[in-house]
Design a protein around this ligand. Structure first.
Ligand code: CTP
Ligand SMILES: C[C@](O)(CO)[C@H](O)COP(=O)(O)O
Length: 231
């Protein structure tokens, strides 16, 4: 059954899903690889559609898979699908350009973070609604971090107390994200980075272990385990 999005919601979610998944190994584009029998993108969109604030979802799909992704997601939720770009930043920009008038909060959420709970979507949106122009979910860094040189020789130990591992969804006032992308130069790895360059403060909220980014084969195995064991 197709989940209906909330016509009274104030949030549009952009879902960059056009990556190849090189680090996952050979196969279809990552968002279309199977997790418990369903593509990662289906898991991700289903959870987004469960979040009550979500009014609009725009997916940036691999160029050759736009029609296939439309068909795939039609039974899951009403979404718009646009062709993605060569870099994540270009995929987000393409999705942003397709957001209709209405939602004033924009979230950007990786398809690769397929198990992200709807509660995290709502927490990020609520923080933007409460007056933060840009909000990111983060986790503390749990390992000791070393800086190394080109030969993998340790240069020093970094103070990890002020470091955070950053997840998605990242949330923004629409005007803030639009201006940041309009001014964007060389690709950065996240949208908050673009906003930082504009001098806009970026606030953190607590992330979720379930929002892990499925990047390498171990991550996919972990996600399978989480789903099988009630994750
Ligand atoms: N040109 C790109 C590259 C990435 N992404 C998306 O951005 C998210 C985060 O990227 P990552 O997990 O690093 O995915 P890939 O780029 O596919 O991974 P890899 O570097 O291993 O190929 C993913 O949902 C991915 O589909 C995208 O929409 N367009
Ligand atoms: C946006 C992101 O998920 C934040 O952690 C991440 O940077 C995207 O992944 P990439 O491998 O850096 O493209």
């Amino acid at each position: 059954m197709t989940a209906q999005l909330n016509p009274r919601g104030d949030v549009a979610v952009l879902v960059p899903a056009a990556g190849a998944g090189v680090r996952l190994g050979p196969g279809r584009p990552k968002a279309l690889r199977l997790l418990a029998g369903e593509p990662l993108l289906v898991h991700a969109v289903r959870r987004l559609a469960e979040a009550r604030s979500v009014h609009t979802i725009v997916v940036a799909a691999p160029v050759a898979e736009v029609d296939a992704v439309r068909e795939l997601l039609a039974p899951v939720a009403p979404v718009s699908v646009v062709p993605g770009g060569a870099e994540r930043q270009a995929s987000v920009a393409a999705a942003l350009a397709a957001v209709p008038a209405g939602p004033e909060i924009i979230l950007v959420h990786d398809a690769a973070r397929a198990l992200t709970p709807p509660s995290l979507v709502e927490a990020v949106a609520a923080a933007v609604r409460a007056g933060r122009p840009a909000v990111i979910p983060v986790l503390p860094v749990v390992d000791t971090i070393k800086e190394v040189d080109a030969g993998e020789v340790v240069l020093g130990t970094v103070d990890r107390s002020a470091l955070r591992a950053v997840q998605t969804p990242q949330g923004f006032l629409r005007s803030v994200l639009t201006s940041a992308h309009a001014a964007a130069g060389d690709p950065l790895t996240d949208d908050a980075g673009l906003v930082e360059k504009q001098g806009v403060p970026v606030s953190c909220v607590s992330g979720s272990e379930y929002a892990l980014k499925i990047t390498r084969p171990f991550d996919l195995a972990l996600a399978e385990h989480l789903l099988a064991g009630g994750g």
